[in-house]
Design a protein around this ligand. Structure first.
Ligand code: PEP
Length: 248
């Protein structure tokens, strides 16, 4: 029996259109109303920034919360193409992903920048979901704990008060979009290490989500693990029924 309710967060990545989103959002609303998911599970979606207004309008009367997939570390000014935390707040975002592995690998985001982004989000009252995870080469080299510790260090350095307002997502890079999920035991081992680090920093109750090819058929065994508090879901979050069944 988990003390905390499950948090099931979708990451739409760079997918969607006004028309496709309208259908997905309507299906989410209907599915939730029909009780497809466990009443205690909380659902959230992190969507492409141009669709925040659409998503806010569609979900404002529901229990589903929403957020963005990235945020600038800067507050305002000459930062072409960036989106600030204040702008996300304008669209009532509860969440923002920071340091997703696709941002780290394709946009050269380093650990320090990720922590700066988390701080910028917190200042504006948007909860950062700090994503960490090792590559396959790092796992094979036995470096999992050291990689995660390095990624978390600047975030932990923000202090206990900040940490307590965050969510952490463990997403092994080799499991993202590959159909290859970490086993519950593999995930739990890393989650326990993350929990230990957060506890030592004064934030034992931070939610730690698992991400990497989560779907309805493998979610329950992951959620049965003591330190897995929910999931960050990519591919399966684009299908309303499948997404909601993750929290069933
Ligand atoms: C993700 O991108 O956060 C993710 C976990 O993707 P997928 O569920 O498709 O592996």
């Amino acid at each position: 029996q988990k003390l905390k309710a499950l948090l099931v967060m979708g990451n739409w990545k760079m997918n969607g259109s006004l028309a496709a989103n309208a259908k997905l959002l309507a299906d989410l609303r209907t599915g939730l109303a029909e009780g497809v998911a466990e009443a205690s599970a909380h659902f959230a979606v992190c969507v492409p920034a141009p669709y925040l207004a659409q998503v806010a309008e569609a979900l404002k009367a529901t229990e589903i919360t929403w957020g963005a997939q990235d945020v600038s570390a800067r507050d305002a000014g000459a930062y072409t193409g960036e989106v600030s935390a204040a702008m996300l707040k304008d669209f009532a975002c509860t969440w923002v992903l920071v340091g997703h592995s696709e941002r780290r690998s394709m946009h050269a985001e380093g650990d320090e920048l990720v922590a700066e982004k988390a701080k910028a989000a917190l200042i504006r009252g948007v909860t950062p979901v700090v994503c960490v995870g090792e590559s396959l080469a790092e796992r094979d080299a036995g470096q999992v704990h050291e990689v995660i510790a390095k990624q978390l260090a600047p975030v932990i350095a923000l202090g206990a008060e900040s940490l307590r307002q965050m969510v952490v997502a463990y997403e092994p890079v080799w499991a993202i979009g590959t159909g290859r999920t970490a086993t519950p035991e593999q995930a739990q081992e890393v989650h326990a290490g993350i929990r230990q680090a957060l506890s030592a920093a004064g934030a034992p109750d931070v939610k730690v989500l698992y991400g990497g090819s989560v779907k309805s058929s493998n979610a329950a065994s992951l959620f049965a693990m003591p330190d897995i508090d929910g999931a960050l879901v990519g591919g399966a979050s684009l299908m309303a029924d499948e997404f909601l069944r993750i929290g069933a």
